[in-house]
Design a protein around this ligand. Structure first.
Ligand code: UDP
Ligand code: MG
Length: 307
């Protein structure tokens, strides 16, 4: 019987752990499984709840990070520690319904798909502005990068060992998992379901965090923004060149007296703004390169029951 690894990142989820386990175990108890909880530096009772479960079920493994490293790092740790032939990534808040797991296994065993992924087809229960920006983000990133991200795609998925090993080869520090999953390729089958709201607790994603996450995605997967500043540079140099000729000729013909303070200031402000914007973009890439060259570990484990 093939082995199934289930990876579940948790950050301040003390209320969700037990409910999640009850729902999950109904689906997988007959399988050969390991359940890996990643405690991503929670400050509540998440870890002790996990330990209590681990005392009851010997298939439960856990690692606890020394601080909050973020879901992306937790996913990486889980994949690294997993040993199954099939690996499932799932959230602990029950927004990813565990009853899809048997179906996923069925499909992967009976077809030649390598990844069975999920996407939500509605954004029910989400603020309108957030949905709007989310859609905009998908449009932009698909245009400017060679990724093909699916709107509403969740991290909830089942992968073969081969796929997991490919993900692990992408051991960069700045991890944008949605992009990484797409970048490696392989054949993906999408299962769809309606958005499900969290059972307990609150999402840890503020609007601002999502904006930062989007920038991560774009900077991580395309250098088009750098080219945009070059294009700005070329356009404005051309305009400046034409203006210079115009002004010099006018000066020679009419010896124009000084005038137009307002327009001068406008041009200076505009150019200054564009220059700062471009330097900002440059800085963003430099920052990523700088962090990446430090080669820091993606996560640090404080405690675990895995030998
Ligand atoms: N999570 C994590 N580290 C973090 C933030 C979240 O491991 O820094 C976990 C969280 O416990 C949950 C999953 O990632 O199991 C998804 O988080 P959340 O529900 O907040 O995100 P959403 O479903 O709103 O995208
Ligand atoms: Mg959630």
């Amino acid at each position: 019987m093939k082995k199934l690894s289930i990876i579940c990142p948790c950050f301040n989820e003390e209320m969700s752990i037990n409910i999640f386990y009850q729902e999950l175990i109904d689906q997988i108890s007959s399988l050969n499984y390991e359940l890996i909880f990643i405690d991503d530096g929670s400050s509540d009772d998440t870890l002790s709840n996990i330990k209590n479960l681990a005392d009851l079920d010997e298939n439960i493994k856990f690692v606890s990070f020394s601080r909050n490293f973020g879901k992306e790092s937790a996913i990486y740790a889980g994949l690294e520690l997993s040993s199954g032939d099939y690996v499932v990534l799932i959230d602990v808040d029950l927004q990813d319904p565990p009853n899809y797991i048997p179906e996923m296994i069925n499909i992967i065993e009976s077809t030649d798909y390598d990844i069975i992924a999920t996407r939500r087809v509605s954004r029910k229960g989400e603020p309108v502005i957030r949905s709007f920006f989310a859609r905009l983000f998908y449009k932009i990133i698909n245009k400017v990068s060679n990724l093909d991200l699916v709107d509403g795609a969740r991290d909830y998925r089942l992968m073969t060992r081969q796929v997991v090993d490919s993900i692990l080869e992408l051991n960069e520090y700045n991890r944008f998992s949605k992009g990484l999953f797409n970048w490696i390729g392989f054949k993906t089958k999408w299962l769809e379901y309606e958005n499900i709201e969290r059972k307990t607790g609150e999402t840890s994603w503020s609007f601002w965090l999502l904006v930062k996450y989007s920038i991560e995605g774009i900077v991580g997967f395309t250098t088009v923004p750098l080219q945009i500043s070059t294009v700005f540079g070329i356009i404005f140099s051309l305009i400046a060149f034409i203006l210079i000729i115009f002004i010099v000729i006018r000066k020679l013909l009419y010896s124009d007296p000084v005038a137009g303070w307002t327009s001068t200031i406008c041009v200076i402000l505009l150019l200054g703004g564009i220059q700062l914007f471009s330097i900002g973009i440059l800085g963003k890439y430099l920052e990523k390169t700088y962090i990446e060259t430090k080669n820091r570990p993606i996560y640090i484990i404080k405690e675990t029951n895995i030998e």
